[in-house]
Design a binder for this molecule. Sequence first.
Ligand code: HEC
Length: 148
Amino acid sequence: MKKFVAAALCVCLTASAAFAAGDAITTRKTIMDSVAAAAGLGGGMMKGEIAYTPAAGKAAIMSMAAASHSFGAFFPEGSEAGDTTAAPAIWSDAAGFEAALAKFAAASDAAVQASGKDGPADVDAFKAAFGPIMANCKSCHETFRVKK
Ligand code: HEC
């Protein structure tokens, strides 16, 4: 009987861990999709392909800030396998990943600070705030994302 309970508990824990890992992968990929959308909006305004407005500039910056502060919470043990391009380095070099997240968050927070209440006044002010956020994509992906 004792053995049976232990086995049942074990199966149940394994199943719930697998489910949580899959959830975390879906969540973090969707957060990154929101980062890509904000990059599209911000980049489009920087290039003059989308008309610049302070409110839209602020929206792009706030999305980045929200993502940069939440993304790191969705890398539980067990979520390195599955439909993901997260690199094993996230778990083997957790301190390095934390540092990359902190850099992304610091650039985003500085941009929020620079936005004020209504958003950066003109496209040059926006570029100065948003450029340093965009500098984080490639550097983090190079180390912490695998190409599939
Ligand atoms: C601190 C690290 C980090 C930063 C900064 C970062 N990314 Fe990512 N990104 C990742 C990781 C890790 C994944 C893989 C997530 C997965 O597949 O589980 C990813 C995945 C993605 C994806 C694919 C999402 C999907 O649906 O599979 C896109 C698009 C993306 N990032 C765009 C960006 C852009 C644009 C920026 C810069 C504005 C950026 N990322 C900044 C770590 C980062």
